[in-house]
Design a protein around this ligand. Structure first.
Ligand SMILES: Nc1nc2c(ncn2[C@@H]2O[C@H](COP(=O)(O)OP(=O)(O)OP(=O)(O)O)[C@@H](O)[C@H]2O)c(=O)[nH]1
Ligand SMILES: [Mg+2]
Length: 342
């Protein structure tokens, strides 16, 4: 299949042509997620420029520095039925940030609105508030964007594995991975690492950027191939029996359960921390009491020793006195004897 044919398939995609009809779906949302500065917005720039066959433009406001840049969840329609969604990148995927990602992937939060990291049950409140604006007819394909310039730490690997697992549960689609900075030397190792965590949908490219705006055949083909593959995959999945409204309810339950468990875990962890602190405090007080008691015992032993020494000294003195008196008496007796003899 050549590029033109692929473009035609993408352009003509509609859920109405799926084997079982649209089953309540209307748009595909290609939801990009991942760490800060890995090239999500740059990929949108690349995809927009390739798809509309236009010169490179920084339409998604990719960063000129490596600081966290995108803070909104913005949509970029490619066709009436295919929309790219840029998301706020995570600095690290702590439970708050993953909660937010899951709510985004589950499409429970409104599009084209700022993204915050909500603590406590705030995220659950936002999900309920967003109910009138979210559409069951949106079919999410999760796309993880990862720059191979970074090599995932073992902790990050575990983190990504968990996120991929939940993302698959939520969307019923295994996330596709876009590896940016493709020419970097880490490429093979990073790809292997993603394979280890169970992904084999990879697309690698050098994004078009302010520094590298010139269109290249290789990058153009990679973008079209990516779009074609994900649309084919979505078509395959939409050919199975589905129910858009029920799936939205299932996703909501799953994310609300995640938030509930997260809060439960935080409460448990805080309680455990409190218990540990109290135990440390009790141990410290117990040790201090033991030390004080030991000091008191030592003091009483010291006093006892002094008393014994005094008694011993007194006893010795008394013994000497008795001996002296005894000797004196003996001498007196001797003297009297002598006198009597004379
Ligand atoms: N060489 C090269 N640079 C890239 C590539 N992709 C992105 N960049 C650069 O990496 C930086 C961050 O890219 P962004 O697209 O803003 O990253 P992001 O994931 O949208 O970041 P946040 O919005 O902060 O989460 C920018 O300076 C880009 O020019 C790539 O494939 N190759
Ligand atoms: Mg961005």
């Amino acid at each position: 299949m050549d590029d033109e044919e692929r473009r035609r398939v993408i352009r003509d995609f509609t859920f109405d042509r799926c084997k079982r009809g649209n089953q309540g779906f209307r748009r595909i949302l290609l939801q990009l997620f991942g760490y800060v500065g890995h090239g999500k917005s740059s990929f949108i720039n690349s995809a927009v420029s390739v798809w509309f066959n236009s010169e490179y433009q920084n339409c998604a406001n990719a960063a000129s520095t490596h600081e966290s840049h995108t803070t909104e969840r913005l949509t970029y329609p490619l066709t009436k039925n295919i929309v790219l969604v840029d998301n706020r990148g995570c600095a690290m995927m702590n439970t708050y940030e993953t909660g937010e990602i899951f709510a985004q992937l589950a499409n429970l939060l409104p599009l084209d609105k700022p993204v915050g990291w909500s603590k406590g049950f705030e995220l659950a409140d936002r999900i309920v508030e967003a109910e009138p604006y979210v559409k069951a007819s949106d079919f999410t394909i999760p796309i993880c964007v990862y720059s191979v310039k970074n090599f995932p730490t073992p902790h990050q690997k575990e983190e990504l594995k968990e996120i991929f697992k939940t993302a698959t549960e939520l969307t019923k689609v295994v996330p596709t991975v876009i590896l940016t900075n493709k020419s970097h030397q880490n490429y093979n190792e990073v790809e292997k690492l993603f394979r280890d965590i169970g992904t084999d949908n990879f697309f690698a490219l050098e994004n078009y950027t302010d520094k590298n705006p010139k269109r290249k055949k290789e990058t153009d083909e990679a973008v079209i191939k990516f779009l074609y593959e994900v649309i084919s995959d979505a078509t395959f999945r939409a050919d199975q029996p589905r129910n858009a409204d029920e799936e939205l309810i299932d996703r909501k339950l799953l994310v609300l359960r995640y938030i509930h468990n997260r809060e439960l875990m935080i409460v448990k962890a805080n309680l455990q921390k409190q218990r540990d602190l109290e135990k440390i405090q009790m141990d410290r007080e117990f040790r201090m009491r033991q030390e004080e008691e030991e000091k008191a015992r030592e003091k009483s032993r010291e006093l006892q020793r002094e008393r014994m020494e005094r008694v011993q000294q007194e006893f010795n003195r008394q013994r000497l006195r008795n001996q002296f008196e005894h000797e004196q008496r003996m001498r007196e007796k001797e003297n009297q004897k002598d006198k009597r003899k004379k």
